[in-house]
Design a protein around this ligand. Structure first.
Ligand SMILES: NC(=O)c1ccc[n+]([C@@H]2O[C@H](COP(=O)([O-])OP(=O)(O)OC[C@H]3O[C@@H](n4cnc5c(N)ncnc54)[C@H](OP(=O)(O)O)[C@@H]3O)[C@@H](O)[C@H]2O)c1
Length: 334
């Protein structure tokens, strides 16, 4: 077995700033706690919250590592005393509280999942953050049921492509928005039943037409601000509105008449500050309900582009340019 070094290459900006702050530096290899594993990171996923963190705009939960990166895949090299499920040599992907942009990263054992058989580590690294988030918001908070219709904003984002894939597994009718004809075409290829170019079409009118005036049962919203009243117009009776981000502002005007007349539910959540126990429960559910779909080939990961860790700045530039479809990945160690 390879010995574990004391230092490693990581991305750990000294101060907030543009993508240029994402330079490789040397940092100590972290030590796993009793319920953690230490992973030699093969690849790490890039998520929009990493961009917000880099800019100094993310409310970091206390104790979070300053090294960015919320998801990894790689090989376990050490396990804490209380860990029974995993052993050195196991290949896992994991949701981590931070620290993913590095050669080594600790992960709570319960937040690890096996790499689905046959899947590349660079693809597996892009699964945890969006699958944990989308499952918890569409199934648990949004109470999606087979036969219902969902509206997903940002249908080609990392979150959006996962929402399309999960909605297909659940048997939902899927309407998405995206910001260009290329992206609406990509969303249809990925399995959306309808895709609205929100820059050239009024999504409220389009949803009305697509649902024959009935509306959708669920909105998964990452836009917020002035989208909230428009989203409520899209909802059918007993509809659910789930907020996971607010790219157009965290305050919104709310027509209570619509909430009362249609008996709407407004909810939302933020994954990162939730407890390890909560995330462990989602991991167990995903392993039972979703991982077999990956292993059978019925589900496929949607990887946009892979950058070496040293080019993390380029990876962030691509995300901020908004031309990606699906997950941007950092390749860390061979
Ligand atoms: N609550 C949570 O626990 C949680 C967890 C993870 C992520 N998030 C949030 O979820 C969002 C997506 O994350 P990600 O990593 O998947 O990022 P991403 O790939 O960069 O996606 C951002 C998406 O937002 C879309 N968008 C922006 N303005 C829009 C508008 N006016 N109408 C419709 N879509 C719009 C973009 O669509 P176009 O490029 O087509 O314009 C893009 O697809 C981020 O805001 C992130 O902070 C929340």
């Amino acid at each position: 077995m390879t010995s574990i070094p004391t230092t490693m290459t990581a991305i750990d900006p000294a101060a907030p700033g543009g993508p240029e702050v994402l330079l490789p530096v040397q940092r100590p290899v972290p030590t796993p706690g009793p319920e953690d594993v230490l992973v030699r990171v093969a690849a790490a996923g890039v998520n929009r919250p990493d961009v917000l963190q880099r800019l100094g705009l993310y409310p970091m939960p206390p104790g979070t590592p300053s090294i960015p990166g919320l998801e990894i895949a790689g090989t376990i090299v050490a396990v804490g005393d209380a860990v029974s499920r995993w052993r050195p040599g196991d290949q896992v992907c994991a949701l981590v509280p931070g620290g993913g942009y590095a050669e080594y990263c600790t992960a709570p054992a319960g937040q690890c999942l096996p790499v689905p058989a046959g899947m590349a580590l660079t693809d597996a690294a892009g699964l945890p953050e969006t699958w944990f988030t989308v499952w918890s918001n569409v199934v648990d908070r949004g109470r999606a049921r087979s036969g219902e219709t969902i509206l997903v904003h940002g249908g080609t984002s990392g979150i959006g492509v996962t929402a399309i894939k999960l909605a297909k597994v659940l048997g939902l009718r899927i309407i998405v928005t995206a910001g260009s004809p290329e992206k609406t075409a990509a969303a249809l290829t990925l399995g959306a039943h309808a895709a609205i170019d929100y820059k050239s079409q009024d999504f409220v009118e389009e949803v009305r037409t697509l649902t024959q005036g009935r509306g959708v049962d669920l909105v998964l919203d990452m836009v917020g601000g002035d989208y909230l009243p428009r989203n409520l117009k899209c909802l059918a009776e007993d509809g659910r509105h789930v907020s996971i981000a607010f790219q157009r502002g965290n305050t919104a005007e709310l027509d209570l008449t619509a909430v009362m007349r249609k008996r709407l539910t407004l909810t939302g959540s933020m994954l990162r500050p939730r407890s390890i126990a909560f995330k462990t429960a989602i991991a167990e559910t995903l392993e039972g309900a979703v991982w077999p779909e990956f292993e059978s080939g019925r589900l496929q990961p949607v990887t946009d582009r892979i950058f070496p860790l040293a080019e993390a700045a380029e990876a962030h530039r691509r995300m901020e340019a908004g031309s990606h479809v699906g997950k941007i990945i950092l390749s860390v160690t061979p």
